[in-house]
Design a protein around this ligand. Structure first.
Ligand SMILES: [Zn+2]
Length: 289
């Protein structure tokens, strides 16, 4: 869906609220505090009154849209813009597109990322699964002894990614100490169908233990040709997308938020063929808190 379709489908605040109520309650409003269905329309527009606990509430209570003073249509547009932004969307750009201030846009982006977060779901990957680590972070400071180092020697933050060939991805921020053979094996066991999948990695020693419990092929990056299916091109194209996005749109990604941006990119990747990703994301946004 693009923003024109959203404008046409939800031309007013009332249309947006009606959609949220339909998704959350299927036509039968339920008190968000005590779960009672003994609910009547409240005098104030688009709120409900619970006759059991004597409170009023709206459909956005306890969702990513809670405590917003913005028209709901701006939220719907924001969700669409984020979903369609393959390379990520800075809060400055979102602010310009929605005519809201930068801080508001930043908070909206973070709320929308909550709906895109993977934390409630564990994805089990199968088939041919490429696993690789990359490093994300700002430029090392002047005089930093690690300045000239690349890859596994740097002070950047390691991220481990696992992706099915032509399928889903899961990527996680890890600590440097988690790049050991033992920890990487545990991560693979947790996220990969080890009975049926074949793992493809580079020759990093951290992956040496894998072959003890599942099929494992390694890629020799010093060889220029692709040896059959033993390549990691899929995960490398995800890293390229993620890094372009983070460098281009999120100039100051702090460690604290990095996982959220990674989930955002993974979500777009995993649901790229979803028939109604807007609707699905709104639904997740209503369930999230
Ligand atoms: Zn109640």
């Amino acid at each position: 869906m693009d923003i024109i379709e959203i404008f046409e489908l939800y031309p007013s605040q009332a249309d947006c609220i009606a959609h949220l109520e339909n998704v959350r309650w299927h036509g039968n409003p339920r008190c968000v505090y005590c779960q009672s269905t003994n609910v009547t329309p409240a005098p104030k527009e688009k709120r409900h009154h619970c006759n059991n606990c004597n409170t009023t509430f709206s459909v956005t209570v306890g969702t990513i849209f809670h405590h917003t003073h913005l028209p709901m249509q701006k939220w719907f547009l924001a969700v669409t813009l984020v979903l369609n932004a393959k390379k990520g969307l800075s809060s400055r750009q979102l602010a310009r597109d929605l005519k809201v201030n930068k801080d508001t846009a930043w908070r909206m982006g973070m709320r929308i990322r909550e709906a895109m977060s993977e934390h409630k779901q564990r994805i089990i990957l199968t088939g041919i699964v490429e696993v690789d680590e990359t490093y994300i972070g700002g430029k090392p400071r002047k005089g930093d002894p690690n300045k000239s180092k690349r890859g596994r020697g740097t002070k950047k933050t390691p991220v481990v990614g696992m992706v099915e060939r032509q399928g889903r991805i899961t990527a996680k921020v890890v600590k440097k100490t988690e790049l050991t053979s033992k920890k990487l094996s545990a991560l693979v066991r947790k996220n990969v169908d080890i009975t049926n999948a074949t793992l493809i990695t580079d020759e990093y020693k951290g992956y040496i233990g894998i072959q003890k419990f599942m099929a494992h092929k390694t890629v020799n990056h010093t060889v220029w040709y692709v040896n059959g299916d033993a390549h990691t091109n899929t995960i490398e194209s995800f890293w390229a997308l993620l890094k372009r996005g983070i460098v281009g749109q999120y100039h100051k990604v702090s460690l604290h938020h990095l996982a959220k941006y990674i989930d955002e990119f993974s979500y777009r990747w995993n649901y790229r063929q979803h028939a109604n990703l807007f609707g699905y994301t709104i639904q997740r946004g209503l369930e999230v808190r």
